[in-house]
Design a protein around this ligand. Structure first.
Ligand code: NOJ
Length: 503
């Protein structure tokens, strides 16, 4: 039973979702309180960005203990309650698993760092300087033009960190590291989680002796991101998930922007179940650009019998409504795309509201990667506190009152209701969940595709232009992103979902 092929996954950034204990930071009990909202909306699963103990230098992506809950988010008991209440509502729960690196505060690194003779020295990646005194290789860490290597004075070697110096990379070549990380998966699987989003999982295998080609320096696109041994490690990880019943899911953050390169990470149905297809976040709002992305994705995925996934926003990138210049009509059309393309959609909390990023002044920046804007707290109510008992850890997004859940819930024409309607439609129509993708093409600025299953054919038409276009519908319009369709015309930035007559 591959539930995740049919599912819509909702990403929660826990710090910014809902605050139950009134400290200005969202928490597990805050999420519990909003489970009825998520159930009303109609999503199928939630993925929680990290909730593990962490010094929060990368806001939880620097894990100091893989098998506990950070007190800022609650307790293991709260987590167990969250899982059981979610399950009671038919919602699955995915955790974020961070296999590539730990925090430098993790006891494993504290031990490894203490001496060259430490038991866990080899759990991380240590190297001498080259004979000429230079760095072990030319790799550059994220968010800077600095090296991935930091010199450790205590033990006289460099250690590797693809992200912050306080996020040392684990040495996956060490079988004890692999076994220990597998145990962290089992810990949560035993507690009933339905799977994991796996952070930069394509980085766990490394060819340390190779320099990055000069023109490809940095983390994205380098061949060093994408090495053969990673697939062995992924097969082992998959085997751990397969020890459990219930079809536990792995979705990999494989940060390679070519859909063609993602296929390998599914293996022969023995590696990841799904990979994020991040190219969609960097595709301009043009019919031809989306046609190319969709066509390439379909080819790449069908070539290896893999199931696609789609995403428009997350906690690392400007939200889609912001990328579209705050144009709500376009943001609504983008939601139609996300929720009607073939594959599992990932909806970032707030996207159902058409939320934009917050404007962050230089003194409000807290993230080392400068990603604060897209992490703004969710506005629950219209009033100025937006349902947060104290001022939250980041400012609210632009237009938070108008975009709040409260404002939109009472307005049938809102983006929130559009999202709910789309989710209902997906739920009701096999074609939208399971159907093949056919007849994908552009007509001028219109992108057109069909979803087809067992005599059911649903056509999606998106007008990427800012002008109305004449359009004759050969079927029944079941949804318009503009609220009501206009006969004979597809409006500027409108997306239509049409049930076609089949013979
Ligand atoms: C990707 C995560 O999405 C991002 O937030 C984090 O900073 C890096 N991986 C490092 O873990």
């Amino acid at each position: 039973m591959t539930w995740w092929r049919d599912a819509v996954v909702y990403q929660i950034y826990p710090r910014s979702f809902n605050d139950a204990n009134g400290d200005g930071i969202g928490d597990l009990n805050g999420i519990r309180r909003q489970l009825p909202y998520l159930s009303w909306l109609g999503i199928d699963a939630i993925w929680l960005s990290p909730v593990f103990p962490s010094p929060m230098r990368d806001f939880g992506y620097d894990v100091a203990n893989y098998v506990e809950i950070d007190p800022v988010f609650g307790t293991l008991r709260d987590f167990d309650d969250l899982v059981s209440e979610a399950h009671d509502l038919g919602l699955r729960v995915l955790l974020d698993w961070i296999p590539n690196h730990t925090s430098s505060d993790h006891p494993w690194f504290v031990d490894a760092h203490a001496s060259r003779e430490s038991d866990r020295r080899d759990w991380y990646v240590w190297r001498d300087a080259k004979p000429d005194g230079s760095l072990p290789n030319n790799w550059i860490r994220a968010w800077s033009d600095e090296s991935v290597w930091t010199w450790d004075d205590t033990t006289g070697q460099y250690y590797l960190h693809c992200f912050l110096p306080s996020q040392p990379d684990l040495n996956w070549a060490n079988v004890d590291v692999r076994a220990a990380m597998h145990e962290t998966l089992r810990f949560w699987l035993d507690r009933g989680v339905d799977g994991f989003r796996m952070d930069v999982v394509h980085l766990i295998g490394k060819e340390l002796n190779a320099d990055d080609p000069e023109e490809l320096r940095g983390l994205s696109h380098t061949p060093l991101n994408d090495v053969a041994v990673t697939h062995e490690y992924l097969r082992e990880i998959r085997a751990v998930l397969d020890e459990y019943s219930g079809d536990r899911l792995s979705v990999g953050e494989v940060y390679l922007l070519d859909p063609e390169r993602l296929g390998a990470y599914y293996g022969h149905q023995d590696e990841l179940h799904l990979c994020f297809n991040f190219a969609s976040m960097f595709t301009g709002w043009r019919a031809d650009a989306w046609l190319e992305l969709i066509t390439r994705t379909e080819h790449a995925m069908t070539a290896v019998s893999a199931w696609p996934s789609w995403v428009l926003s997350n906690h690392d990138n400007a939200r889609v409504a912001t990328r579209l210049g705050g144009d709500q009509a376009r943001a609504r059309a983008a939601l139609v795309l996300l929720l009607t393309l073939r594959g599992t959609p990932f909806l970032y909390a707030g996207e159902e509201l058409g939320l934009e990023d917050a404007l962050i002044s230089p003194d409000q920046v807290v993230d080392p990667g400068g990603r604060d804007g897209c992490r703004a707290p969710l506005p629950w109510t219209r009033g100025s506190d937006h349902g947060w008992a104290v001022e939250p850890w980041l400012p609210f997004a632009v237009d938070a009152a108008v975009r709040s859940v409260e404002s939109q819930r009472s307005d049938e024409r809102s983006t929130l209701h559009l999202t709910k309607n789309l989710l209902e439609l997906r739920h009701d129509r096999d074609a939208l969940r399971k159907g093949d993708l056919e007849a994908t093409h552009v007509e001028g600025d219109l992108l057109v595709f069909d979803r087809v299953v067992d005599g059911e054919r649903i056509r999606v038409v998106v007008n990427f232009s800012r002008v109305d276009c004449p359009f004759i519908v050969d079927g029944t319009i079941v949804l318009s992103s503009a609220g009501e369709a206009n006969p004979g015309v597809i409006r500027a930035s409108e997306a239509l979902v049409i049930e076609l007559r089949t013979t």
